[in-house]
Design a protein. Structure first.
Length: 331
């Protein structure tokens, strides 16, 4: 039985960034359907904050982190799509990527193309696969065609900057919101057709103005409570409200009857992990993401790098909205 020493970030109870502690752990051999991976870089995401704070409840103690890249060190029985020595990347349950080495389920781990660096691989998987399922799978009942308007909140974030570029490649007119002029210009530079600084102007009348009063076909919203009500009013009849996060807090309960009054609109609450439940769906989505990145249509912007020892500061900056693009932990 192999026993490998690894540093890992763990919390023993929910709370602020001060709960994040680096501990020494030992890692064994992979079991059936598992692999052992030595990480080269680790991705940071807002879902990590939700899990640390307790918005998403998980058993304690908890090792955080949902995505990373690295090299496969060992392969368990039944794993055929990966071999020892392969470069690999993943976005996967259960959490645990904030570490040097881990054993984990193999089904969501994908071979990383040679044309994509480890840092890019660590930064792109959760956010890139999220952008993929939003733009390709989370569509209004009437579909999306080139020229259609969509509204994307937090457009200068990690998912947002990928979505801006991918939407442009698909011919969509993405209206992006952000909290500063600099973030708005970043979204515009990455392909947003229109940008709105929500600290300076109300996004609802601006969206109506941009769309000639018609509204948008879809709102993609990871902000939650602060943007919910006005987002519903931005939709055209039969439009789709696609919620995929709660960075400003959870959306309060609402009466389904308002959906009819606002134009028979649809509401969905999506999670990436519903889309990557099988090996086949994970690989198909990852192939689509790898293709669009290797082609250069989508560039993965890494604006923040923190050594593992500075994970508390990384969480503080993420929660304070001081970050843009993608953030990684280096090992």
């Amino acid at each position: 039985m192999t026993q490998i020493a690894s540093r890992a970030v763990r919390i023993d109870q929910n709370g602020g960034p001060e709960q994040l502690r680096i501990v020494d752990v030992t890692v064994g051999d992979p079991g059936p359907g598992e692999i052992r991976i030595r990480h080269k870089a680790v991705g940071l995401n807002f879902i990590d904050v939700y899990q640390r704070s307790g918005l998403y409840q998980l058993p304690m103690p908890l090792q955080l982190g949902m995505e990373a890249s690295g090299v496969i060190e060992a392969v368990g029985e039944g794993v055929t799509h990966l071999q020892v020595g392969d470069r690999a990347a993943y976005a996967s349950q259960p959490p645990g990527s904030y570490c040097e080495v881990r054993v984990m389920p193999a089904k969501c781990v994908c071979k990383l193309p040679d044309a994509i660096s480890f840092e890019t691989g660590a930064a792109m998987m959760l956010k890139g696969l999220t952008a993929q399922y939003l733009l390709k799978k989370t569509r209004p009942v009437e579909g999306l065609q080139p020229g259609d308007f969509v509204l994307f909140h937090a457009a200068a974030g990690g998912v947002g900057l990928i979505a801006c570029q991918w939407a442009k490649a698909l011919g969509l007119q993405l209206i992006g919101t952000a909290g500063s002029d600099a973030k708005c210009e970043l979204a515009r530079a990455h392909g947003a057709a229109h940008v709105i600084n929500y600290t300076k102007e109300d996004f609802l009348p601006r969206v109506k103005e941009i769309t000639g009063g018609r509204g948008v076909k879809v709102v993609y919203d990871s902000v939650g409570k602060d943007t919910w009500d006005k987002s519903l009013d931005c939709l055209m009849p039969f439009g789709l409200m696609a919620s995929f996060g709660n960075s400003s807090g959870a959306v309060p309960p609402f009466a389904p009857g308002i959906l009819g009054a606002k134009g028979s609109i649809y509401v969905t609450r999506q999670t990436l992990f519903s889309h990557i439940v099988t090996r086949e769906s994970t690989q198909a989505m990852a192939d689509d993401l790898f293709d669009v990145v290797v082609s250069g249509k989508v560039k993965i912007r890494i604006d923040q790098r923190y050594p593992l020892e500075q994970v508390q500061q990384a969480h503080r900056d993420l929660e304070a909205r001081k970050t843009t693009g993608c953030t990684i932990l280096t090992l």
